[in-house]
Write a protein that binds this ligand. Structure first.
Ligand code: KG4
Ligand code: ZN
Length: 338
C-alpha cells in the first residue's frame, strides 16, 4: 500500500472562503466553509470587490481551522491544491497567493485546480467506489456542462450552455419573483408546493443532435408571463411559476444527460454543482434513470455547492497523473474544462 497523500486545498473562486484537508482523493479530514452569502444578499448578488476583501480577512483563520479540525500541522501536508479558475479574478488571487506561499514555504508540490473539475470530483468523495467512465452533468451558478468523464482528470465535453448557466437562470427568475439571493434553493422549496404543469414554459432543445443548452429564452418567457399578469392585474401564484419554471429546466437537463449516457453506453450519470442540490432534478433523474437502467449519482448537498474538499479531490487525482503546477501559477478567470 502506497503512502497516504495529505492535501491542503483552498477554494476562493466566488463567495465562499473554504479550506479542506483531504486524505487521498476521497476522504475528508476537514472541510471548513465560510459563506459570505449573508453579506452579498443585500446587493442581490455577489459583489466582486467585497468578496475579495472578505477572502483576505478570512483566509488565514480558515486555513488554521482546517488544520486544527483535521488534527494536523503544516508539516503533515504533502501537496497544496488551489482553485485556479474559473471565477472572480480578485477572489481567486487570494486563494492562489496563499497556496503558493504555503507550497513554497513547505517545499511541496502545488496543484492548480479547475473549479468545474472540482465539482465533478465531489462525486468521488461521496461514492468511494466510483470509477470512470461516467457521464457528468455539471450545473452551477456560472456553468452548465455535459461531460463524458473518460478517466480520472480526463474529460470529453459534449454540451454547454450557449447563454445563461442553469443556476444563473434560477437566480434571475427568483429575482423577478422578488425572492432572495441565491434563488435556486428558494425556487426548489416553493416548487414542492406548486403545480409544475400550471404554466407551459418552453423546453429549449436546440438542434436535434445538440447536447448544448440555452436558458435565456426560458428566463424571458417567465419575465413576459409575470409582466403580462401584472399589467392585467391578475394574480401570480409564485409556487406555480417556480414549479413550472423548474420543470422546464430539469426536463431538458435530464433528457440530454440520458441521451448522452445511451450514446456513450455508460450506465452511470453523476450530477454536480450547486444546482445538483435541486430535489426536483435529483428525483426526475432518478425516475428516468430507473426506467433506463442507469445509476444516478449526486453528492450530498454540502458537497454540491462550493467547498474546498472537492478541490482537494481534484488536486489529488491530477497529482497522481503528474499534473503539477509551477510557482508561477496564475489565476484563470475564464478557464475552460477542456
Ligand atoms: O456551484 P455553486 O455553489 O457555485 C458556482 O460555482 O457557481 O452554484 C451556485 C448556484 C446558484 O445559482 C444557486 O442558486 C444554485 O447553485 N443552487 C440551486 C440549489 N442550491 C443552489 N439551484 C437549484 N436548486 C437548489 N436546491
Ligand atoms: Zn462552484
Amino acid at each position: 500500500m502506497s503512502k497516504d497523500i495529505i492535501t491542503l486545498a483552498i477554494e476562493t473562486s466566488c463567495d465562499e472562503t473554504s479550506v479542506a484537508v483531504m486524505k487521498n482523493g476521497r476522504e475528508i479530514l476537514s472541510n471548513i466553509i465560510s459563506s459570505q452569502i449573508d453579506i452579498h444578499r443585500k446587493f442581490g448578488g455577489v459583489v466582486p470587490e467585497v468578496a475579495s476583501r472578505k477572502h483576505i480577512e478570512n483566509i488565514n483563520i480558515i486555513i488554521q481551522e482546517a488544520l486544527d479540525e483535521a488534527n494536523i500541522t503544516f508539516n503533515d501536508i504533502d501537496i497544496v491544491g488551489v482553485t485556479q479558475g474559473p471565477g472572480l479574478v480578485g477572489a481567486l488571487l487570494v486563494g492562489i497567493s496563499s497556496a503558493k506561499a504555503i507550497a513554497y514555504a513547505l517545499n511541496k508540490p502545488l496543484v492548480g485546480v479547475n473549479h468545474i473539475e472540482g465539482h465533478i470530483c465531489a462525486n468521488y468523495i461521496e461514492y468511494k467506489d466510483l470509477k470512470p467512465p461516467f457521464i457528468c452533468l455539471v450545473v452551477s451558478g456560472g456553468h452548465t456542462y455535459l461531460v463524458y468523464v473518460k478517466d480520472y482528470a480526463e474529460y470529453e465535453l459534449y454540451g454547454r450552455t450557449r447563454d445563461d448557466a442553469a443556476g444563473e437562470a434560477f437566480d434571475k427568475v427568483a429575482r423577478a419573483l422578488g425572492l432572495p439571493y441565491p434563488g435556486g434553493p428558494v425556487i426548489d422549496k416553493l416548487s414542492k408546493e406548486g403545480n409544475a404543469a400550471a404554466i407551459d414554459f418552453p423546453r429549449v432543445y436546440l438542434e436535434q443532435d445538440s447536447y448544448d443548452f440555452s436558458f435565456s429564452g426560458l428566463k424571458t418567457a417567465v419575465l413576459n408571463y409575470l409582466n403580462e399578469r401584472r399589467q392585467k392585474g391578475e394574480e401570480i401564484v409564485v409556487e406555480d411559476v417556480a414549479a413550472s419554471f423548474q420543470q422546464a429546466v430539469i426536463e431538458v437537463l435530464v433528457d440530454k444527460s440520458i441521451r448522452l449516457a445511451k450514446e456513450k453506453a455508460t450506465d452511470k450519470i453523476a450530477i454536480a454543482g450547486g444546482v445538483a442540490a435541486n430535489e426536483g432534478l435529483r428525483s426526475l433523474m432518478e425516475k428516468r434513470g430507473k426506467e433506463e437502467n442507469i445509476q444516478i449519482l449526486y453528492p450530498s448537498k454540502i458537497l454540491c455547492t462550493d467547498n474546498a474538499a472537492m478541490i482537494g479531490s481534484a488536486a489529488y487525482f491530477n497529482y497522481m497523473k503528474g499534473n503539477i503546477s509551477g510557482l508561477d501559477l496564475s489565476v484563470a478567470p475564464n478557464l475552460e474544462l477542456v
